[in-house]
Design a protein around this ligand. Structure first.
Ligand code: PLP
Length: 386
């Protein structure tokens, strides 16, 4: 049904609330029931109503899979127990010896999975600057099986031209995987730009309320989807029905939340630009931001994440991170409440000493949907301690 509804012509906000979520056939309930059953009755051996065992398939999971796939304009959606579980499933598509080209800024956990778990098993990887397409073509390793990128990246918010990267990769027979966690399908739909597989940490904007860990894959290709579904079941890193329900519920308000995230992020950026304690502001809307042109081309708006560096260095960054009241000092991002963190010591500690190491004076903000003026005031008072 997700596929039919994708073609229905409904707008994003309508799909978010209706795709995969018709009133319950048995009761008319307007909210999909949380199907806790682990197993499903069969009338005869092998004759059932589409479900056998909940690791293989579950009605609540189907609902969220159809909902998110529709929003990504993808034919297939697969839900996982975490973003990293979804990523691990994608990496299992590679044949031993095939290389992953990883954009040179990415979530520390993705770097850890590729470099510390998969590389020792015989899957090489290289960090590449995907903003220089000519350099990418010139240095393309022949054994590349997959290009993996975030846009905007975590935590530097660099944006890459997904269409340009996809055309280089496809001409050389490699798959393109785009982690769309920061943009969400409301701001950017990588499948329409040529990505083969879209990855999400549903823990972030899709869930949106800091109360569920989850992951997601969305894609068009039937054969790839069949292979990924096989591994989803065979390796078994599936989300619980309750977690599926929480993501489903969160996604319904994604569009309105993202609009407010973007609006508040702009207010915060206005404070940071020209602030005497701040040396650099990283936000894709800024004309001198790395990848601004790509972002302007492929995104509806510029997102709720803002990063900046402090003139006073790492000590100053740590003082600012400890001095906010409304911005909670914590890992993660993408929920209604604002968060502040020090990537070098927190989310990206595992990238220390690697090509993906982040600057020590960097602060990353996940700007929430509280009143913008309160957020600006809180940040302003914390910057006084810089
Ligand atoms: C961009 C990005 N991708 C993937 C992940 C991993 O997701 P999870 O924590 O749900 O496993 C994260 C987590 O922070 C992330 O920021």
């Amino acid at each position: 049904m997700g596929e039919e509804q994708t073609q229905s012509g409904w707008a994003f906000e309508t799909l978010a609330i209706h795709a995969g979520q018709p009133p319950d056939a048995a009761t008319g309930a307007v909210v999909p029931p949380i199907s806790l059953a682990t197993t499903f009755a069969q009338r005869e051996v092998g004759v059932h109503q589409g479900y056998e065992y909940s690791r293989s398939g579950n009605p609540t999971r189907t609902a969220v899979e159809q909902q998110v796939a529709a929003l990504e304009t993808a034919r297939h959606g697969l839900a996982f127990a975490s973003g990293l579980a979804a990523e691990d499933n994608v990496l299992r598509l590679l044949r031993q010896g095939q290389r992953v080209l990883l954009g040179n800024d990415a979530y520390g956990g993705t770097f850890r999975l590729i470099s510390k778990v998969w590389q020792p098993l015989g899957f090489p990887w290289t960090a590449v600057d995907l903003s220089d397409i000519d350099a990418l073509v010139a240095a393309w390793p022949d054994d590349t099986g997959m290009v993996w990128l975030e846009s905007p990246t975590n935590p530097l918010l660099t944006c890459f031209d997904i269409e340009a990267v996809a055309s280089v990769a496809h001409a050389r027979g490699a798959l393109v995987v785009v982690d769309n966690t920061f943009a969400t399908p409301y701001l950017q739909q990588p499948v329409t730009l040529g990505a083969d597989i879209v990855v999400h940490s549903a823990t972030k904007y899709l869930g949106g309320h800091s109360d569920v860990v989850g992951g997601f894959l969305a894609l068009d290709d039937d054969d790839l989807a069949e292979r990924l579904r096989f591994t989803q079941n065979a390796a078994g890193a599936v989300p619980s029905p309750f977690d599926c329900y929480l993501v489903l519920r969160g996604v319904k308000t994604l569009a309105v939340r993202m609009d407010r995230h973007c609006q508040n992020a702009r207010a915060v950026v206005d404070l940071l630009i020209g602030h005497p304690a701040v040396s650099r502001v990283l936000y894709p809307q800024l004309p001198d931001h790395l990848g601004h042109a790509a972002a302007a081309k492929q995104m509806r708006d510029y997102g709720g994440m803002v990063s900046f560096t402090l003139r006073g260095g790492e000590a100053s960054a740590r003082r600012v991170a400890a001095a906010t009241e409304l911005f909670t000092l914590a890992e993660s991002l993408g929920a209604v409440e604002s968060l502040i963190e020090h990537p070098g010591a927190m989310t990206h500690a595992s990238a220390a000493g690697s090509p993906l190491e982040v600057p020590p004076d960097l602060i990353r903000l996940s700007v929430g949907i509280e009143h913008g003026a309160d957020l600006v005031a809180d940040l302003a008072q914390s910057l006084e301690r810089a």
